[in-house]
Design a protein around this ligand. Structure first.
Ligand code: SF4
Length: 343
């Protein structure tokens, strides 16, 4: 579990679909971020950073300005410099520590990396989405898995912290392809991962396919199960998964924004709850005797994960194992990802 004090305070600057060579089939950043496509001026950037800095907790170790929602290295050279020059002023004043941005793998090249050399960029997130070329083609990404491999090598050479974003449930995707994608991503040694289930966003190409019956969104439970396996896979390789599911926002909760698909504002929590349910189930299955009354001990920070959304895990376990009384209590001596059952 990440300690909040050790994680950077991130100031998100959204540049929706700015710098993108075209619109990928699943994407509509305006729907996700609630911001209409536009570049921002240095004055606006300064205003946004200053505004966010007011909310920084005193004990946060570092501050990062993050450019999200578009394809940062696809922006015009001069504009990249304008944004980084402005942000660097905050770094020089010691109010910000570093910069991060997300970008497409096929825009990460020597020429682009030379532009950002010398600026305080510490972290680059690559929009990998899939390492299956057929899935990439169906999503109209316009790049291949090889572009991601080359990009990762270039970033590692230059010692950037590298994040990788993958999607599941894209057209043509399935559990096996997603697990192979995870395997290939692991071989590129990223520093962290984000996993996003595909949802049908209004005004995307996917929305057209969905309406024509050419794309069937995955159910929430199928996506939770797959992402759970991916999370455990990355965890076993000691690669942190820092986000699962789209960040909840007012815009996303509108019915007109997401037409269909496995969206849930607490998607990541659902994945963790499923992991706790599986752990408790396998421990109880190993117990042959009767268990009328049981107590499950977990770390205080894991209580809600053990309970599940709306106490679903508790109900599920009681029903499955004919338990009359099930109590969940906190115990600081137990690791956050473990549990102990007392019969
Ligand atoms: S997925 Fe990324 S590259 Fe594709 S349109 Fe959206 S922001 Fe641009």
């Amino acid at each position: 579990m990440l300690n909040k004090k050790n994680t950077p305070f991130v100031i998100p600057i959204f540049l929706p679909n700015v710098g993108c060579p075209h619109q990928c089939a699943f994407c509509n950043q305006t729907s996700i971020t609630g911001v209409t496509p536009d570049t921002i001026s240095p004055v606006t950037l300064r205003f946004l950073i200053n505004n966010f800095l007011q909310y920084k907790e005193k004990d946060r170790r570092s501050v990062q300005v993050a450019f999200y929602g578009g394809n940062f290295l696809g922006l015009k050279k001069d504009y990249i410099r304008v944004l980084l020059d402005e942000t660097t002023k905050f770094v020089k004043n010691k109010r910000v520590d570093s910069v991060r941005f997300s970008t497409r793998p096929d825009t990460i090249g020597v020429e682009q990396l030379d532009i950002i050399k010398g600026y305080p960029v510490s972290t680059i997130e690559i929009g990998v989405q899939s390492m299956d070329n057929q899935v990439l083609a169906m999503a109209q990404r316009g790049h291949t898995a090889l572009d991601t491999e080359k990009a990762a090598a270039l970033l590692k050479e230059r010692s950037y912290e590298v994040g990788m974003q993958m999607m599941v449930a894209l057209p043509g995707d399935d559990e096996t392809k997603s697990l192979i994608t995870a395997q290939k991503i692991i071989s590129l040694s990223p520093d962290f991962i984000r996993i996003y289930p595909t949802v049908v966003l209004a005004s995307s190409r996917l929305a057209v396919w969905y309406k024509k019956g050419e794309y069937t969104p995955w159910s929430l439970s199928r996506c939770v199960s797959l992402v759970k396996n991916l999370y455990l896979f990355f965890k076993s390789k000691k690669i942190p998964v820092i986000r699962m599911g789209l960040q909840a926002s007012e815009d996303l909760s509108k019915e007109t924004t997401i037409l269909a698909g496995p969206y849930h504002p607490a998607f990541g929590h659902m994945v963790h709850s499923k992991i706790f349910l599986d752990m408790a189930t396998s421990l109880l299955e190993a117990e042959r005797g009767s268990c009328d009354k049981i107590t499950i001990k977990v770390h205080p920070r894991s209580i809600s994960k053990m309970r599940g959304l709306k106490n679903k895990n508790v109900e599920n376990l009681k029903r499955k194992f004919h338990i009359k009384s099930l109590e969940i209590i906190s115990d600081l001596s137990i690791a956050e990802d473990k549990l102990k059952i007392i019969l």
